[in-house]
Structure formats: C-alpha cells, structure tokens
Design a protein around this ligand. Structure first.
Ligand code: ADP
Ligand code: MG
Length: 608
C-alpha cells in the first residue's frame, strides 16, 4: 500500500494557514491588504475580544462578481499575477492567492461582496474550509469579510493565542502600519463596538502621523528632505537627533508601501544616526523607501514581512545619506531660534562684542541672580578653565609616534548668535534665554559634542594619531577577513592601525590608535573588521575612529560640578551652536532642551 497521500484541499489550506495566519493580527493584515489592492478609499476594521471572537473588514473597493467571489476562496487563486514572470515585479500587496482560503479554513467565515453598478451582490458562508451557503447579498458596493471564532477547529493553535490585550495590541500595530503606509485611504478601527480611531483621508503623511500620535509628537520629528540615490527614493519623517525609544515600536520602515522587517535597513538607520543615537536605543522613523519593483523580491516570506534586495548596498547608502542630511538640517531650526534678538534682552550678547572684549562684564542679570553658580572674573581657581583634552597616552608603557594634537576650539567669528545667559543650575545645567524661550544646556554633554567634532575634523585632515607597539604582533585571520584586510590596508592605516601582510592570511601589526587602551591587538582588529564591514561603502573610513573619540572626549570634557566662568560658558555655547549636530552629545544624549514661550504659557495657564 502506498504511503504517500495527496492531502485533501481543506487540510492543505490549514497547513498553509499555519504560515500565513499566525494570530488575529495576521488576519487583519491580509484582509486590509486585500482591501487596499481592491482600490478602497475607505476601510473599516472591527474587532471583538482581541479579534479572537470576531474580525470584520469592510471596504468600498472594486468588489467581486459571484464567480470571482467563489474563486477567491480556492487556493492559489489570485487576480494579481498571471505568470511566473509577474513575480519579478510585484506592485500589489498580495500575490500568493492563499490568504482567503487559509483564513476560511480555520474560522467561521463570511464574505459579502458587490461590484459597483451590479444589481445584486454575493454572500458566501464557509465553515472550517467547507462552503456552506452561496446566495444573493451584499448591500453597499465593496467587500465585507467577517471572521469568527478563529482557530475554533484547531484547538492546538488556539492555545497559542495570547491575552485579549496582547492580541488587541498586535492588531492595532498592524492597523497603524497600514494607516501610515496609505494616508490617502480613510481608516477606522472599531474595538468591541466602540470607535477607537477614525482617520480621515489626507494627502500627507504628516497629517496621518498627527492623527495617530498627536500634534505635539510632530515636534520631535524632522521631514526627510526628499532624497534619491541611484534609483532609490527615500522619504518620510524621522526623530530629531537625541530623540529615541527603548524599543523598536516606533521604527517603521516601508518598502514600496509595504511594512517590512529588515536587518539591512535597521542597520542603515543606525548608521545614519550614528552619534545621534544613544547606545541600546532605537530611532523613531517613518521611513519610506521606493524603488523599482524589479529590484526587490517580496516572495521570500509567507507573510511577506521580509524582502530581498537585488542591491542591498544601494539601499543602505540611500538611507544613510537621507538620515544624515535630515539630521543636519535640524540644525537650521536651532540656529533660527538663536538668530532673533532675545525679547526684552537689552544685555543680550552678540558674538562680535564678546570676542573683541572677552572680559566684558557679565550681563546685569548674572550679578542679581542669587543662585548663580557662575564664578566671577576674579576667581583664581585654576580648575575653572575649560580643560583641554589631554590626548597623551601612557608614555611609560608606549611612546607615541605622533604627538597628539592639543585642542583649541576654533575661535573664528561665528554667526551672530543671540542668547542671554541666566545662570547655572546645580553646577551642570546652563540656563539661558533665546528668542524662543528658555534653553537648558547640559554643559558636560555640550563640551563632549564640541570636542568630538573638533577631534573628528582633525582626524579627517591628519589621520588618527597612532602609537607604536612595544612588540609587533603577528596573527592570522580567516580567509574572507584576510582578503578584506588586504583590500583595506589604506583605510586601516588612516585609522592609526599600522598593518601589513605577513604571509598567507597572516598580518603584522606594529602601531595602534593612540588614545585607546588596547590589551589584545588581534581581538581589537577582529572587532574593527566586523564593524567596518557592516558600514556602508561611502561612509567615512574614520567612522570607527569616531567611536574612539566619542569614548575619549567623555573623559576629557568638563564635568558636571566643574564651575565655569562666564566667558567660558559663553564660549561653550557659541562653540556648541557652531557644531554640525549641536543638539546631542556624541553618545546621542541631548545637549540642549528648549522650553518655548508657548509651552511656558500653557503650563502657567495663560493660554489653553
Ligand atoms: P491574493 O491577495 O494574494 O491575490 P487572497 O487570497 O488574499 O490572495 O485573495 C484572492 C483574490 O480575491 C484576490 O486576488 C482578489 O482578486 C480577490 N479579493 C480578495 N479580497 C478582496 C477585496 N476586499 N475586494 C476585492 N477583491 C478581493
Ligand atoms: Mg491577499
């Protein structure tokens, strides 16, 4: 007797459902995608008990005639592709022809649909994959799918469902994804008979974000300056430098309007943010990547959550560039806030005046402020000057080959920055006023940012200072890493790593970057190789050097509790405002917090 049997159609659908329908949220995803593909202008999602007892999706799309409605429930029945060649350039969200039969095989399922202009529509009832009723039905043009008692016939699957709250949250996440990707479609979410969200049609992503998260949230975001890189278009909104979250929950990435999980894109975002992101934190992004459908394969994941790119490096570069440019553009905002005169601030300092008269007396306000921690000019404490970072290495053990440059922050006249220093709080936070309201500056973080950018500039000009090792070290690498090193010897040397080939897959290292304490050169190099391999081709070869300086400047920057004299504070602020990314330290923590007049008025109840 033969041991191999062809599975009955219903069983085959249930097997497929295992991949496509994981939980109620996957049903919502598939149904909403179908509505979008059907050209709907308005989509309503209704759920009961976390979608476990009922899910209903109603759209005003193209609908189906009776034959198509019946066909749509067959496996591998789709209107979206016709041949294998179509797989090469998919422009719809669906294409596998599996969702409806899969869902219908694991639930009590009802489909009503009607084409616009048709006299009557069709209603089909399916129970655990068996079609029970086909009759006239369907009131408004469009399609309505109702899914009850999900997994009622697969108790093992039902056991895997989580609490009602968790399943609801998953559905909401799915709903947000679709709503963000399609602002031109009106969406509503009805939870246990109550309207939870109602999103009007809008042409702009900005409005959709506002409708989902509130107007204030927009202040944390910057619009990506439309960016196209070799056929890859990047648009959307991303968190300002210093804005981040502890989870990935607000890191949205869409490729051709499809929400996807992609390690490549997540890495690219991280690289774009680089020093603007705290370690262990995640950026806030509503990032849309659009490219020719031929350059992306969406047929790699049953739930279509992952994609494969034909040229991942190109995507990565486009994203890194877009993010970097956008973050830097955020600087203009800050400059604007410091460019107008401080209201009523007759003593507001202009840079010209302070540069020519560095010892000019501090504004009157300072003297009156009883809590002011700013030391007078007559202070004799030697530690009050901003310490210059001492880059010298431990000269007992390793003599440096290059004398590390001492820092002298550029003293070229800056543009006219207008602010009024009020005082210093807790020996750490500089309080000041600008045209926009109150500004708090973390003096330590600010100094870190200044030193960081200064050192980086020097590195770009002169390379990383290196130190000679007492004993050169010889080590071997796996063939692929060895090949990579051979190709990148120049880059490594620029980073202060003196390395040369020493036989098959072996290398000899005799110098290392000066301001790092490296115990084991070989393991350091392996880490460098891993990090550099993961960065995009056109990012600076000094990137790794940046991580080193970020660590170093922290040790040399003024600390909290270091009292500064007034001219020092003023210089600190001016140097900070001249930085490329003035609003966060090299570890991604904020340097400045602005509290606007409007916010103050609201807090004091002067304005509602
Ligand atoms: P796929 O979306 O991969 O084609 P589905 O099983 O999700 O497969 O749907 C099968 C077919 O049913 C679709 O190709 C489409 O023609 C039709 N269909 C499904 N949902 C709708 C809808 N809401 N409005 C109009 N047609 C629909
Ligand atoms: Mg589909």
């Amino acid at each position: 007797m033969s041991r191999i049997k062809l599975l009955p159609e219903t069983v085959a659908s249930q097997v497929a459902a295992g991949e496509v329908v994981e939980r109620p949220a996957s049903v919502v995803k598939e149904l909403v995608e179908n509505s979008i593909d059907a050209g709907a202008r308005s989509i309503e999602v209704g759920i009961q008990r976390g979608g476990m007892s009922r899910i209903r999706v109603v759209d005003d799309g193209c609908g189906m005639d009776r034959d198509d409605a019946l066909l749509s429930l067959e496996r591998h029945a789709t209107s979206k592709i016709a041949s294998a060649a179509d797989l090469a350039a998919i422009s719809t969200l669906g294409f596998r022809g599996e969702a409806l039969p899969s869902i219908a095989s694991v639930s009590r399922f009802r489909l009503t649909t009607r084409e616009p202009g048709a006299v009557a529509g069709t209603e089909i009832l399916v129970n655990g994959g068996r079609i029970e009723t086909v009759r006239d039905g369907g009131d408004a043009p469009g399609t309505q799918v109702e899914v009850r008692s999900l997994f009622y016939n697969l108790p093992a699957r039902r056991k895997f469902l989580r609490s009602e709250t968790t399943e609801t949250r998953n559905i909401e996440h799915q709903f947000f994804l679709q709503a963000l990707a399609h602002p031109a479609i009106g969406f509503s979410l009805v939870r246990d008979e109550k309207v939870a969200l109602q999103l009007p049609v809008t042409p702009s992503l900005r409005d959709r974000i506002r409708d989902l998260y509130g107007a204030e949230f927009l202040n944390e975001l910057l619009e990506i300056s439309e960016h196209e890189h070799r056929g890859v278009r990047v648009r959307g909104w991303i968190g300002r430098a210093g804005v981040s979250r502890q989870t990935r929950a607000q890191q949205f990435v869409f490729v051709n309007a499809r929400a996807i999980d992609s390690g490549i894109l997540a890495t690219a975002l991280r690289e774009g943010y680089h020093t603007a992101l705290m370690r262990g934190q995640f950026p806030v992004t509503f990032l849309f990547v659009d490219l020719d459908p031929q350059d992306v394969d969406v047929n790699v994941h049953p739930a279509k959550r992952e994609v494969r790119f034909r040229d991942p490096a190109r995507i990565r570069e486009a994203i890194v560039e877009a993010v970097q440019r956008t973050l830097e553009s955020g600087r203009i905002d800050w400059q604007r806030k410091f460019s107008a005169p401080v209201p009523g601030g007759t003593t507001a300092v202009s840079s010209q005046a302070s540069l020519s008269k560095p010892d000019s007396p501090p504004p009157v306000l300072l003297k009156q402020s009883p809590t002011s921690e700013i030391m007078g000019r007559d202070s004799t404490r030697p530690s009050t000057s901003i310490p210059q970072p001492a880059l010298a290495v431990d000269t007992d053990s390793v003599p440096p080959t290059v004398t590390p440059p001492y820092l002298e922050p550029a003293s070229a006249p800056k543009d006219d920055q207008q602010f009024q220093i009020i005082g210093v709080l807790n020996r750490l936070y500089v309080l000041m006023e600008n045209s926009d309201g109150l500004v708090l500056v973390d003096q330590h973080a600010a100094h870190e940012r200044i030193l960081f950018e200064e050192l980086r500039r020097r590195m770009e000009e002169q390379g990383v200072p290196s130190q000679r090792m007492l004993l050169p070290q010889i080590f071997s690498l796996p063939p692929r890493d060895a090949e990579w090193v051979e190709r990148n010897v120049m880059t490594l040397q620029k980073m202060g790593i003196g390395i040369e080939s020493f036989g098959a897959n072996s290398f000899r290292v005799d110098t290392l970057p000066a301001f790092l304490e490296i115990a084991d050169a070989a393991s350091f190099l392996r880490r460098v190789i891993d990090e550099l391999k993961a960065t995009s081709r056109n990012s600076s070869p000094l990137r790794l050097g940046e991580d080193m300086i970020a660590k170093t400047v922290c040790r040399h920057a003024v600390k909290a509790n270091d009292p500064l004299r007034y001219p020092e504070i003023e210089k600190l602020i001016r140097d900070l405002l001249a930085c490329d990314l003035p609003y966060c330290c090299p570890h991604g923590r904020p340097t400045m917090i602005q509290i606007s007049h409007a916010e103050l008025e609201k807090k004091f109840g002067r304005k509602v």
